[in-house]
Design a protein around this ligand. Sequence first.
Ligand SMILES: NC(=O)C1=CN([C@@H]2O[C@H](COP(=O)(O)OP(=O)(O)OC[C@H]3O[C@@H](n4cnc5c(N)ncnc54)[C@H](OP(=O)(O)O)[C@@H]3O)[C@@H](O)[C@H]2O)C=CC1
Ligand SMILES: O=C(O)CCC(=O)C(=O)O
Length: 445
Amino acid sequence: MKATEVVARLEQRFPNQPEYIQAVSQVLGTIEEEYNKHPEFDRANLIERLCIPDRIIQFRVNWVDDKGNVQTNMGYRIQHNNAIGPYKGGLRFHASVNVSILKFLAFEQTFKNSLTTLPMGGAKGGSDFSPRGKSNAEVMRFCQAFMRELWNYIGPDCDVPAGDIGVGGREVGYMFGQYKALTHQFVGILTGKGQEFGGSLIRPEATGYGNVYFLQDMLATKGIDLKGKKVLVSGAGNVAQYTMEKLLQLGATPMTCSDSDGYIYDPDGIDEKKLAYIMELKNIERGRIKEYVEEYPTAKYVAGAKPWGEKADIATPCATQNEIDGEAAKTLVANGVIAVSEGANMPSTPEAVKVFQDSKILYCPGKASNAGGVAVSGLEMTQNSERLKWSREEVDEKLHSIMNSIHAECVKYGTEADGYVNYVKGANVAGFLKVAKAMMAQGIV
Ligand SMILES: NC(=O)C1=CN([C@@H]2O[C@H](COP(=O)(O)OP(=O)(O)OC[C@H]3O[C@@H](n4cnc5c(N)ncnc54)[C@H](OP(=O)(O)O)[C@@H]3O)[C@@H](O)[C@H]2O)C=CC1
Ligand SMILES: O=C(O)CCC(=O)C(=O)O
């Protein structure tokens, strides 16, 4: 297999899907060597079967807004690969959603889920509907309409969606209610559910907490303590909030956070009280991050920009794909950043990744460092199957140990001759091998 040739073929077959091609290209470039040690993989055309999703379900979603007007959006579910378990992955509701973005996310999810050690295949879905600026009743009607189209394609042993950008506990609750109404079944068809109806403790916190556990493990390889470090965070949603919470618990200080309009920088750091304000602002009032500076006037708000030009020790992008480009990466490195841990999916462009790796700073791709979210989703599925609920401590301990094991796999497969850990290679090879072996064992299906 020659990675560049496979990517070129895919680009020709699937034009205008830049995010998908970007994700595939990064993975293939790093697994090529391992893949070519197994001639049987090529005979089974494993590479194309792994890169092209099993199926793409696409539908129109009709819903009625508060003025009585009928609105239409597009809905999608991409079932990428179920070699190691039922399809699993989040739903994204955002105006930017399209097939390319969901294909990249579903592809990445397949490797990520493999890394978690749990039996989950990869999927992703969503809609170009944005909950931003919509009333609660409109969000409910949209979620119900979305589930009316999706319900027939999912199931607890078939495909289990969850949240992602624009989909949190509120949206999961409305979709769960609609599934139940349609099927008369109370089953774990979504994760990230409310605590009262089958949700796992720690699932809301899991992606952020896992991101910081992974960061701690990366720093430990250099004997560096997280305590006392200043951290640039982007985003102000689920992943950013719980990344900041865990950073604070472990003695580090978040200095920034952001939304799609701009970022805030607090020279005194974002402490627990300020974080509680951000959580209230974003989760309850659904306000904009610029309001932070009205509450804390010593902070600054920078409109239309990202936080990567501020000085700190560590950066953790927790908003969206391609939010750190090559120039921003050079600035981070020049400013002395020692580690970049991705809370978001593919937030660094290929140019940025090259800058991080060339400068030999600690850098980890999202499929490893943000795998804690889907890992606890897997634990939620287990609890639902058992009809049991585990304690906070038990789930957190399992999450921590899964993140440690993902880190160990990255070190095992990613350590280079000079001792530098190439976490991109490590995560891709480890994730790939498990899926590849399962696919080979199951024949051509
Ligand atoms: N939730 C989870 O468990 C997991 C999430 N992830 C990834 O983490 C990232 C964040 O997800 P999550 O926190 O759940 O989502 P949320 O919707 O809770 O928060 C997203 C945050 O990112 C900002 N954002 C979204 N799109 C853009 C954009 N195009 N440019 C700049 N900022 C943007 C949002 O700002 P605004 O409010 O202005 O839109 C918001 O602050 C995503 O990449 C997601 O795929 C990864 C693993 C698991
Ligand atoms: O919890 C899940 O199933 C999916 C989380 C997710 O969307 C992700 O890992 O990117």
